[in-house]
Design a binder for this molecule. Structure first.
Ligand code: NAD
Length: 257
């Protein structure tokens, strides 16, 4: 199945892993729809830049993934959604008793419930077209836990469960659903955790990267957004047609420990 001319909708893709995935899919000739909750000139410029670099059609659609109706509108406004990459995510780090309820709700909505709404909206079109790929960006924290990340770990374990269920519901159709579980990738989401962790452990930036973040990543290297884009592209390929309802770790060995 040629991927040229197919359309991928990537949630939360004006930054980090989502943008990296969009760039790699566009390089393979796949039209891309970028998304975030903002509607700035730079957001649209990113789409224009990808289109100019690769020759695909690239658009930016504003939609807030914390709201179910916006998730469903994103899919409707995209017009086509052969490949859905549920990537939007946020993080908050705090002990359970200090964890703000509003942060818990936002993380569950953006990191987990959005994937339910977008997939529910996209699956009818995939069935009608006789082909579809659903790729959820979960995390090593979808398979293991760390202290102080209760909402994130709960949401990512939820994403892995949702992935298995969608994989089963589409098992006899040419549609697959899988989760990619990255270890640490140096994106703005991870950058934002460094100052608090420096304070928490009284460490320098370098010490936080080496002794806290990459402590559990045996390769001692960050995974890259290009590597995650390549993994997403593999899941779109014919070689992955029988890969469904499962997880692929891109974590430098984290979950082997
Ligand atoms: P990032 O902060 O660079 O990107 C997050 C994206 O989500 C941004 O584009 C942001 O605008 C978007 N977003 C946030 N709230 C949104 C909302 N309400 N509506 C729409 N979009 C919204 O972070 P990242 O590291 O690239 O994270 C991307 C995904 O990868 C997340 O789901 C994250 O949990 C996951 N992940 C990241 C790492 C890592 O080490 N960076 C590891 C494992 C999993």
């Amino acid at each position: 199945m040629s991927l040229t001319g197919k359309t991928a909708v990537i949630t939360g893709s004006n930054s980090g892993i989502g943008l990296g995935v969009a760039r790699e899919l566009a390089k393979a000739g796949i039209n891309v729809v970028l998304n975030s909750y903002t509607d700035n000139a730079e957001d649209h410029a990113l789409a224009a830049e990808i289109a100019a670099q690769t020759g695909v059609t690239a658009r930016y659609i504003q939609a807030d993934m914390s709201k179910g109706e916006d998730c469903r509108r994103l899919i409707a406004d995209a017009g086509a959604c052969d490949i859905l990459v549920n990537n939007a995510g946020i993080q908050h780090v705090a002990p359970l008793e200090e964890f703000p309820g509003s942060k818990w709700d936002a993380i569950i909505a953006i990191n987990l419930s959005s994937a339910f709404h977008t997939t529910a909206a996209a699956i009818t079109g995939m069935r009608a077209n006789g082909w579809g790929r659903i790729i959820n960006i979960a995390s090593a924290h979808g398979l293991t836990a760390s202290p102080y990340k209760s909402a994130y770990v709960a949401a990512k374990h939820g994403v892995v469960g949702l992935t298995k269920t969608i994989g089963l519901e589409t098992a006899q159709e040419p549609i697959t659903c899988n989760a990619i579980c990255p270890g640490y990738v140096l994106t703005p989401l991870v950058e934002a955790q460094i100052p608090d962790t420096m304070k928490e452990y009284d460490m320098t930036r370098e010490e936080v990267i080496k002794n806290v973040m990459l402590k559990r990543q045996p390769s001692k290297e960050f995974a890259t957004t290009e590597q995650l884009g390549g993994t997403a592209l593999y899941l779109c390929s014919d070689a992955a047609a029988q890969v469904t309802g499962t997880t692929i770790s891109v974590d430098g060995g984290w979950t082997a420990l």
